[in-house]
Design a protein around this ligand. Structure first.
Ligand SMILES: Cc1cc2nc3c(=O)[nH]c(=O)nc-3n(C[C@H](O)[C@H](O)[C@H](O)COP(=O)(O)OP(=O)(O)OC[C@H]3O[C@@H](n4cnc5c(N)ncnc54)[C@H](O)[C@@H]3O)c2cc1C
Ligand code: FES
Length: 254
């Protein structure tokens, strides 16, 4: 893990307040594991002292680029949404422990469940599973039709359901409703999204093996400040930025 100067290739709006940014740079050589994230320096001024953690959505080794999808809804992410092709961005990473694709064998089926801005890291995971012959089923949960992104891209990799909480697009309700209604069969699940969604998912079948990615508020992003701790089932604490963000679902007290 190090800091790298990267160059903006593109930075486009793809849904309501949702942007897709592609960055070029040597940091891509260090990126292998889906579910890891980077810490972005918003700009060089003193206005944004803390970097912003954003998940890696796609790793393109052939082009030496990586993609992130982010919601521009606070001062820092709105500033990032103003970046233009050719601009330089200081990025720290790759950070954290991601998903382990060797947790399944060829021919098995992974259920990938994402909610809102928890959807992006699952795309690289789906790509890597597919590359080693593991089937993937995707359930993407959003609040509303205007929030939906990457449905077609996931659909290229496997069966994909979109659920909206207000029923304005796809299946009506929550991701857990889709699992029940469609009677989806899978070997293990892999998830990222709001805590309420992660809890509902893990509560559905306590015997099932699953992996969840947490998005705690962070400061340093490298395990030094303890701003991001979560509680484990055994009562100990864990630094989400360093020990996570991906955990075995049975490890964490949700
Ligand atoms: C491991 C990880 C991966 C993430 N991946 C994505 C992603 O792929 N796409 C995406 O849109 N968002 C992602 N987030 C959330 C993203 O970091 C916040 O939305 C972003 O930092 C908000 O910054 P802001 O300047 O817009 O908001 P502000 O409210 O101005 O931020 C103030 C401070 O709080 C921190 N903060 C605010 N909200 C969050 C949050 N939800 N999580 C962590 N820190 C927060 C900021 O980093 C900043 O230091 C991720 C968070 C974590 C921890
Ligand atoms: S953000 Fe500092 S320890 Fe995790």
């Amino acid at each position: 893990m190090d800091t790298y100067l990267t160059t903006v290739v593109s930075n486009e709006k793809i849904a309501d307040k949702i942007f897709r940014i592609e960055l070029h740079g040597d940091i891509v050589c260090e990126m292998n594991t889906p579910g890891q994230f980077v810490n972005i320096k918003v700009n060089n001024g003193y206005e944004f002292l803390l970097r912003r953690p954003i998940s890696i959505c796609e790793i393109n080794k052939d082009k030496n680029t990586f993609v992130m999808i982010y919601r521009a809804d606070g001062a820092g992410t709105i500033k990032i949404s103003e970046l233009e092709p050719g601009d330089l961005v200081d990025v720290l990473g790759p950070l954290g422990k991601g998903y382990d694709i060797s947790s399944l064998e060829k021919g098995q089926t992974a259920l990938l469940v994402g909610g809102g801005i928890g959807v992006p890291p699952l795309y690289e995971l789906a790509k890597q599973f597919r590359n080693v012959g593991i089937n993937t089923i995707h359930i993407l949960g959003f609040n509303n039709k205007k929030d939906v992104f990457y449905e077609e891209r996931f659909a290229e990799l496997g069966t994909t359901y979109v659920a909206t909480a207000d029923g304005s697009y796809g299946e009506s309700g929550f991701v857990t409703n889709v699992i029940e209604d469609k009677k989806i069969k899978y070997d293990k699940y892999y998830s990222c999204g709001p805590l309420a969604m992660l809890k509902a998912l893990t509560d559905m079948d306590k015997e099932k093996i699953g992996y969840i990615s947490l998005e705690e508020r962070m400061a340093c992003g490298v395990g030094a400040c303890y701003a991001c701790v979560c509680e484990k089932q055994d009562g100990s604490i864990s630094r989400v930025c360093y020990d996570g963000p991906v955990y075995d679902s049975k490890e964490i007290a949700l």
